[in-house]
Design a protein around this ligand. Structure first.
Ligand code: PHE
Length: 381
C-alpha cells in the first residue's frame, strides 16, 4: 500500500520539474502582440489585432496549447521604432511572454528583432518584408521568423511585371529615405528594372513628414517615365498619387504591399485608378482555406480581411503549431520547433521557411479598378 502511493507523488513532482510534461493546472502560455493601433498605418494594426485574436480564440476553444490556456498581451507601437522597442521590452521583461507575434512594418520590426535575439524570445512577424528583419550584416537572427515573402522577391516581381506586362521602357522611383521598407524596396526595384534592360530616369527621396511633393513630381514629369514606382504605405502613396494627377503625370502607378488598405482609395480617389501593386493573397481566391477564412473574418468583423490580417493569422498559427511540436513553453524549444516547421498549410499558401526563417511563397498582383482591388495574377518564386 505504502509503495503504491509513492509512485503518483513522484509523477507529480517530475511533471513540475520537466517542461514538456503536463503543466500544473492554471498555468498560462503567455504570448505578446506588437501592432500599430494608432498612427499613420492604423488600418494595418487593426486587422492584425483582429486576426491574432481569431487564431488565439480558436486555439483556446480547443483547450489552449500543450494543456495551457493562451494569455495575450497586446501593445500599440504607433508605427514608431522607439515605441516598438519599448513594447518588446515591456512584453519580455514585465509580462514575461514566451513568444511574440509582431511587429507589423519593417522599420518597427527591425528593432524588435534585435531584442528578440538579445533575450532569446522566439518572434514571428506576419508582415515585415525587409531582409534585415531576419538577417543583419550577414548574420542570421535565429530567434526571428516571418510568414511573408521578402522585399527582394516583391521588388523583383514588380520590376518584371512593369517590364514584361506593362512594357515599360523607363521608370521613376520616389521613396521615403527614413523608412527601411521604402528605401530597401526602392533599391531592389531600381536594380532589377535596370538589370532587365529598363532605364531608371528619376530616383528621388522625401522625408517622413513631407506632404508636398510638387518639386519632386515636377522632376518626374520632365523625365516622362512610363511607370512611377511608389514604395510606401497607403497614406503617403495616396497623397503622392493625388498630386501626380493634379500635375497631369501620364505614368502608370506601380507599388508594393504597403498600398493594401481601404484608405488608399479614400485618400487618392480617382488618382489611383488603374494602379498595380504586389500583395500576399487575394480574397477572390477559391481555395477552401481562403473561402473559410474570409467567411469567418467577415462574420466577426463585417469586413473582408486584408493581407496583413491574413498573414498574421498564418503567423500566429505557425507559432501555435511550433509550441505543440515543442510540447513546451520553453522559448528555446519553441524556436527550434519553428525553425524545423515544414510544409505549413496556411491561408496564404503552403510553405516552408528557408535557413533565414523567410518563407518561399508566391505573390499576387492586384489592380485598382472602380475603386476596388481586383486580382490580376499569381507570381511564383
Ligand atoms: N511589408 C510592409 C513592411 O515591411 C508591411 C505590409 C505588409 C504592408 C503587408 C501591407 C501589406 O513594412
Amino acid at each position: 500500500m505504502k509503495r503504491n502511493l509513492f509512485i503518483p507523488v513522484l509523477a507529480v513532482l517530475l511533471a513540475g520539474a520537466f517542461p514538456g510534461c503536463k503543466p500544473p493546472p492554471g498555468k498560462e502560455m503567455k504570448i505578446g502582440l506588437i501592432t500599430p493601433l494608432s498612427g499613420d498605418v492604423k488600418t494595418f494594426g487593426e486587422s492584425v489585432k483582429n486576426a491574432f485574436e481569431i487564431a488565439v480564440e480558436e486555439a483556446n476553444a480547443k483547450g489552449g496549447v500543450v494543456g495551457m490556456k493562451i494569455a495575450t498581451f497586446i501593445v500599440d507601437d504607433r508605427n514608431d521604432p522607439t515605441e516598438a522597442s519599448n513594447a518588446a521590452n515591456l512584453l519580455i521583461n514585465q509580462h514575461g511572454v514566451k513568444a511574440i507575434v509582431g511587429s507589423v512594418t519593417s522599420k518597427t520590426t527591425i528593432p524588435v528583432s534585435d531584442l528578440a535575439q538579445r533575450y532569446r524570445i522566439p518572434t514571428i512577424t506576419g508582415t515585415a518584408t525587409n531582409p534585415k528583419v531576419t538577417v543583419a550584416d550577414g548574420k542570421r537572427k535565429d530567434y526571428m521568423f516571418r510568414s511573408c515573402y521578402t522585399d527582394s522577391f516583391q521588388g523583383t516581381v514588380m520590376a518584371k511585371f512593369s517590364r514584361d506586362t506593362l512594357q515599360a521602357a523607363t521608370t521613376a522611383i520616389l521613396y521615403d529615405a527614413s523608412n527601411d521598407y521604402s528605401k530597401g524596396i526602392a533599391e531592389v526595384f531600381r536594380d532589377s528594372f535596370a538589370r532587365m534592360g529598363g532605364e531608371v530616369v528619376a530616383y528621388e527621396s522625401y522625408g517622413k513628414d513631407d506632404v508636398d511633393f510638387s518639386a519632386l513630381l515636377t522632376k518626374v514629369k520632365v523625365a516622362k517615365p512610363d511607370v512611377l514606382f511608389l514604395p510606401d504605405y497607403y497614406n503617403k502613396v495616396g497623397l503622392i498619387a493625388k498630386q501626380a494627377k493634379e500635375k497631369e503625370l501620364k505614368a502608370k502607378l506601380v507599388g508594393p504591399d504597403g498600398w493594401d488598405s481601404p484608405e488608399l482609395v479614400k485618400v487618392a480617389g480617382e488618382a489611383i485608378e488603374g494602379g498595380y501593386f504586389s500583395n500576399h493573397y487575394s480574397p477572390e481566391d477559391t481555395r477552401p482555406e481562403v473561402v473559410n477564412w474570409v467567411k469567418k473574418y467577415r462574420e466577426k468583423f463585417g469586413q473582408t480581411p486584408d493581407s496583413l490580417g491574413t498573414l498574421v493569422y498564418d503567423a500566429t498559427n505557425m507559432l501555435l503549431e511550433a509550441i505543440r511540436e515543442a510540447d513546451s513553453d520553453d522559448p528555446g524549444k519553441i524556436r527550434d520547433a519553428l525553425a524545423s516547421l515544414k510544409g505549413f498549410e496556411g491561408v496564404t499558401g503552403k510553405f516552408t521557411m528557408d535557413e533565414n526563417g523567410d518563407p518561399i511563397k508566391s505573390a499576387v498582383i492586384i489592380q485598382i479598378r472602380d475603386g476596388k482591388q481586383k486580382f490580376l495574377q499569381v507570381v511564383n518564386p
